[in-house]
Design a protein around this ligand. Structure first.
Ligand code: ADP
Ligand code: MG
Ligand code: MG
Length: 924
């Protein structure tokens, strides 16, 4: 049996369903699902994504077998609706729509009104008695077909579409300003001129034969999978090229048949705030893209209650049906043709982090979804948005009072952003690359702008609604966005905009509030988010902070399901306090060297480094001892018995010394030494490759008195804490160990010091001695090392550097191109390289546990706060991850998701899905 490539949908039944996204694409799968639910979907059929691959393998032609299957389905469609393609009385008109597995808004091409030609346009006029409507459809079709299928669309965005040029000329000739003033005759004339332009530019006539139109359009949709916009978008969102797009062929319905017709888009809840209200926009007497394109500012959906109460009531009903069926917030497209409502699309709606969290929490409350499901719907990085600043209310109020609130638009992407005005994407990218904060300001945005939008702090548009391209993409990227700000008169050529009576130029500062839609002139200071005001600043009571409350609920669910513990990297008592507020359960890395840069500590540190003799060094260390002890005691007190891992000195000593002559002279004077002496000492510490030089445990082995001092400071602080009846359990961590003998050397010293301190102070406290696994030899000999170490902490920054042989500080020049070329899928310093570094970690985990079954295992590299790396740590069975204080909530959620998504049952389902995916790839 040959595989099935085409799936029919229509009137109450469908061959596909929403689970078939891989084959039908998102749009096709959901059209089928809605049809199956009995919702009013114009009938049609979906040509599967598998055909996309066949198309490219077949020199960009549709294989004959598939063509036959399409023709069969076309016949079925004709029979279903009682119309026929090209029929002189009752012509069938269809749309040809792209639709991949993942939604790629506006990236690929759609063709509407296909099937029109000289003969059928006459039929359409006869049928509707509306020549203006018929010729409007016809000219739109020729235009879309010319642009997309015949390739007349300009490659460069600045260049004008040849058809738009013709329309402009026509309007000029007729002395009219707006498209709506064009008469039926004008539009008919446009179709003639359009066809002439096509003939002139391509050398071929516009195809009158509807079948020829159909094959051309289907091929063009497949071809659009490889256009530059689509390629760029896929890269940005990690969508594999191999997925391909499906093509949907669907009966046309018309929102442009008069004032009883219209078209719109809506979200079943507010996509910006998550509020449980119907949120959408529509335009009467409009077709297709008119609403999303942002060319006309649409009306709010609630207005429809008055305009067309029966369609509104029906939509409300469908809204509830869809939410219950999909158990999620949906994004829908609909069209009303002469009072009859049709559903043209539905998909799970994109939303801001605020909305994602609120909707997930609300839906648990509404018993639509479980807590686990709620967690799996929130991307850990989205929590970042909740921690982002808001405008300082006092400063904002002052700005408003000073008359600098210059405009108000739609609150399309929450948050506060301040930046300098730029008017195009290329500038946004360039300015951001040199460290400027920018607000990308456009009349409207289009898919070509995504890179600039990504580079900007915020996005401001003059046209378009909550569902315009700008709003949609900004929400997805987590950018602050104010859209549809009609008061802005933007002049791209002059790089300026007029707002009311003033003119703002490129480079001027503005501030936008994406939560309220306000646009302010100048730079308004920001302040911490609600969550931070409750947790860190403690200036806001939880009961007054609704965003905080939802956040707290999510966090409490996350803690219920995760198995990984979450620690933090903190060097100071105040950082520890922040981390605790964020839910840290211990310190996974306290870098003692950071302490040396603190108040009054760098002096004795330098003294120690410059010392000539052991005596002099010990004298300097004696000065450092009480300072370090004080810091440790502060941290122990703050952590109140939670584990604290303290690393002994790690960086090469020259990092503590000044490198230019002026500072060296100052230091010499301060220490009563000659400049020459200081310079000679600094020079002697110079290394060609400090990352692999005299650092880590190597320092403590050659200068045991340093380790001894640090251990003493730790244990004396522990004793002091214990005496205050505060529980304490330090974990002393020796860095950069590659050979068990290094660790054994330092361990002996540490244990001796512990014993001495306990005896001197007359108290006992528990403690551990362990090591970092951060060079490959350490990982490979982890069993030997575990004989001594009571814990391992993976230092994945250094482990990545040493495993890849890549110096992170020198990698920028080649690592970015490497990622572009997919040599590494992701920057390995950001996301753990599972196949290389990860494999070494796995070896170390297995060997470590084989030698010491109860060994504690953690990670303290930057990766500890990155969701995919946290998942990896979960998978290889670490006990905890440690990350910077502000990433603790992200790590908590990531750990919960890792546990939920990799639970035995979920795992089975996932692997079955993977297998199925493999099978289809093979088949293709
Ligand atoms: P995109 O993937 O970019 O959203 P769509 O395939 O949804 O593209 O189509 C673009 C526009 O054309 C949408 O506004 C859609 O509602 C409209 N459209 C598509 N098919 C039809 C149809 N059969 N009848 C009426 N309008 C349609
Ligand atoms: Mg659409
Ligand atoms: Mg290291």
């Amino acid at each position: 049996m040959s595989p099935k490539y085409v799936y029919f949908f229509g009137a109450g039944s469908a061959e596909g369903n929403m689970k078939m996204k891989d084959i039908l694409g998102g749009k096709g799968a959901n059209l089928a699902e809605m049809a199956g639910l009995g919702l009013p979907v114009p009938p049609g059929f979906t040509v599967s994504t598998a055909v996309c691959d066949l198309f490219y393998k077949n020199k960009k032609r549709i294989p004959e077998g598939v063509k036959a299957e399409i023709e069969k389905n076309l016949k079925k469609l004709e029979k279903t609706v009682g119309q026929a393609l090209g029929d002189a009385k009752n012509p069938l008109l269809v749309s040809i729509r792209s639709g991949a597995r993942a939604s790629m808004p506006g990236m690929m091409d759609t063709i509407l009104n296909l099937g029109l030609n000289e003969k059928t346009v006459a039929a359409l006029i006869a049928k509707t008695g509306n020549p203006r409507f018929a010729y409007d459809c016809y000219r739109r079709f020729i235009q879309m077909y010319g642009d997309v299928v015949l390739g007349l669309k300009p490659v460069k965005k600045e260049d004008m579409d040849p058809f738009e040029e013709i329309i402009e000329r026509k309007k000029h000739e007729r002395g009219i300003k707006s498209d709506v003033d064009l008469t039926a005759e004008d539009l008919m004339d446009l179709t003639i001129r359009f066809k002439a332009a096509i003939k002139e530019k391509t050398g071929h006539d516009f195809p009158e034969d509807p079948m020829k139109q159909l094959w051309g359009a289907v091929g063009a949709v497949f071809s659009s999978w490889m256009n530059d916009r689509a390629i760029a978008y896929r890269k940005m969102y990690d969508i594999p090229e191999s997925w391909g797009t499906a093509v949907n062929v669907q009966l046309m319905v018309f929102g442009n048949m008069g004032t009883d017709s219209g078209t719109g888009v809506a979200f079943t809840r507010d996509a910006a705030t998550g509020e449980n209200v119907f949120y959408g926009e529509y335009l009467m007497n409009a077709q297709g893209e008119d609403v999303v394109a942002g060319t006309r500012t649409p009306l709010q959906i609630v207005e429809m209650k008055k305009d067309d109460p029966s369609s509104y009531a029906q939509l409300e009903k469908i809204r509830r049906i869809l939410e219950k069926h999909y158990t999620d917030m949906m994004d829908i497209e609909f069209t009303i043709q002469q009072g009859k409502l049709y559903m043209l699309q539905c998909r799970v709606g994109k939303r801001t982090a605020f909305a994602a969290i609120k909707i997930a929490v609300d839906m648990v409350g509404e018993k639509l979804i479980s807590e686990k499901e709620a967690l799996s719907r929130i991307e850990p990085d989205q929590l970042n948005q909740l921690l982002r600043p808001i405008f300082d209310p006092a400063e904002k109020a002052a700005t408003v009072k000073a008359g600098r609130l210059i405009a108000k638009g739609l609150n399309a992407g929450p948050g506060a952003a301040s930046g300098r005005l730029v008017f195009n994407s290329v500038d946004a990218e360039a300015w951001a690359a040199r460290g400027e904060k920018v607000i990308l300001t456009r009349i409207e945005t289009s898919p070509e702008d995504i890179k600039g939008m990504n580079a900007a702090e915020g996005i401001l548009t003059a046209r378009g609604g909550m569902t315009s391209h700008a709003a949609l993409v900004a929400r997805q990227m987590g950018r602050v966005c104010v859209a549809g700000c009609g008061d802005l008169l933007i002049d791209y050529a002059k790089a300026e905009m007029a707002v009311k009576s003033r003119t703002l130029r490129e480079g001027d500062w503005i501030s936008i509030d994406g939560t309220t839609g306000e646009v302010l002139e100048g730079r308004v200071r920001t302040k911490p988010s609600e969550v931070l005001q409750v947790l860190i600043e403690k200036t806001l009571a939880p009961k007054d902070a609704p965003v905080y409350q939802t956040f707290a609920k999510i966090m409490s669910w996350a803690d219920k399901f995760r198995t990984l513990k979450i620690r933090t990297n903190a060097d100071q008592p105040d950082q520890s306090a922040n981390a605790l507020a964020f839910g840290a359960e211990g310190i996974g890395l306290c870098r003692t060297e950071h302490m040396f840069f603190g108040e009054g500590k760098i002096g004795p540190m330098r003294e120690m480094i410059l010392a000539d003799t052991l005596e002099a060094r010990k004298a300097a260390l004696a000065k450092l001892l009480p300072l370090q002890r004080h810091d440790f005691a502060g941290i122990f007190k703050e952590m109140n018995g939670r584990p604290v891992t303290i690393r002994t000195i790690d960086p090469p000593l020259h990092e503590f010394l000044p490198h230019d002559e002026k500072d060296q002279r100052a230091l010499a004077e301060q220490m009563g030494l000659t400049y020459e002496k200081v310079k000679a000492r600094v020079d002697s510490l110079h290394e060609f490759n400090p990352m692999l030089g005299f650092r880590g445990c190597r320092l403590g082995i050659i200068y045991p008195e340093i380790t001894a001092m640090q251990a003493r400071a730790i244990f004396e602080a522990a004793a002091e804490t214990k005496k205050k009846k505060i529980p304490v359990e330090p974990e002393v961590m020796i860095p950069l160990v590659g050979n068990v003998k290094e660790l054994a050397d330092q361990e002996k010293l540490v244990r001796q010091t512990a014993a001495d301190v306990m005896k001197e102070q007359g108290v006992k406290f528990p403690y551990l001695v362990g090591t970092m696994i951060e060079i490959p030899r350490g990982a490979i000999t982890a069993d030997e090392i575990a004989a001594v170490a009571e814990f391992f902490s993976f230092g994945t920054n250094d482990l990545t550097q040493t495993t890849l042989g890549v110096s992170r500080d020198d990698a920028a020049r080649f690592l970015v191109p490497y990622v572009d070329r997919e040599i590494y899928a992701k920057d390995p310093f950001e996301v753990i390289d599972r196949d290389g570094v990860g494999k070494l970690m796995k070896i170390a985990v297995e060997k470590g546990r084989s030698a010491r079954p109860g060994i504690k295992l953690g990670i303290c590299g930057e990766h500890g706060g990155e969701p995919s790396s946290v998942e990896f740590c979960h998978l290889i069975g670490l006990n905890y991850v440690s990350c910077s204080p502000f990433r603790v909530p992200i790590a908590r959620l990531a750990a919960a998701r890792a546990a939920i998504l990799n639970a035995p049952a979920a795992k089975k389902a996932a692997s079955a899905k993977k297998k199925a995916a493999k099978k289809t790839t093979k088949k293709r």
